[in-house]
Design a protein around this ligand. Structure first.
Ligand code: CA
Length: 231
């Protein structure tokens, strides 16, 4: 877990960094708002570099609110914990409107900060990738490997499950047969996409036969799309 602390007061910053490092986290420390915003927007392997931001409100350069605004504007959705000396209601409301996730009013006990950090990290982790995919009344639970339509269990083979997962992850997009073949069967073939057709036909029989609306659509000459028709 990687955390960025933006705190200008050296004693507090160093103390937090040391404490969180000892708790097993990787911690970077920025001393002003501009550095904080710059670092917070870093990406690693296509994902935000930090799992959590801890922002002081009163900072040189940009203040904590402005850092948060910049971070959210850049499309970064990691949880943010605010440290504020001012525990006024107006501040909290402002922070929540800007997308802060939690507050801690200074002075605070480190143990309380650690508890909040752990809880935010757990929450953040869950939201990165949902384990439940849904469209209309169709649900696919990736953890229990179960598929339900209108609350009824659908038995799928491993390939059918993978195929349905792919379609659900790309709801509303047309997926070419060759792409499906490479993703689900790990094969690259242009000529014989019959395998895909057969699998889609079987999947459709299980998912759509006897149910409304029909979710798996054939897009002639292009591929397949899973979508709930607009009502
Ligand atoms: Ca400060």
């Amino acid at each position: 877990m990687k955390i960025l602390i933006v705190e200008d007061e050296p004693k507090t910053g160093d103390y937090l960094k040391q404490g969180l490092t000892e708790a097993g986290m990787v911690v970077d420390l920025a001393r002003d708002g501009w550095d904080g915003l710059h670092l917070a927007c870093n990406m690693e392997a296509g994902k935000p570099a930090y799992d959590l931001l801890i922002l002081d409100v009163m900072l040189p350069g940009l203040d904590g609110w402005q850092v948060l605004e910049g971070v959210r504007r850049a499309g970064m959705s990691m949880p943010v914990l605010f440290l504020t000396a001012r525990d006024q209601v107006a501040d909290r409301v402002r922070g929540l409107e800007l997308g802060a996730d939690d507050y801690l009013v200074k002075p605070f006990a480190f143990i309380e900060l650690l508890a909040r950090v752990r809880s935010l990290l757990r929450r953040g982790k869950g939201s990165i990738e949902s384990t439940l995919l849904k469209v209309a009344d169709l649900e696919l639970d990736l953890l229990s490997r179960r598929a339900l339509r209108a609350g009824k269990r659908i038995d799928l083979t491993a390939k059918e499950f993978a195929l349905l997962e792919l379609l659900l992850r790309h709801q509303g997009e047309v997926l070419p047969r060759t792409l499906i073949a490479s993703q689900v069967w790990d094969m690259n073939f242009d000529s014989d996409t019959n395998v895909v057709e057969v699998a889609v036909r079987r999947l459709r029989a299980k998912v759509d036969d006897g149910f409304e609306p029909k979710l798996i659509q054939t897009v002639r000459g292009m591929g397949y799309r899973l979508e709930a028709p607009a009502t």
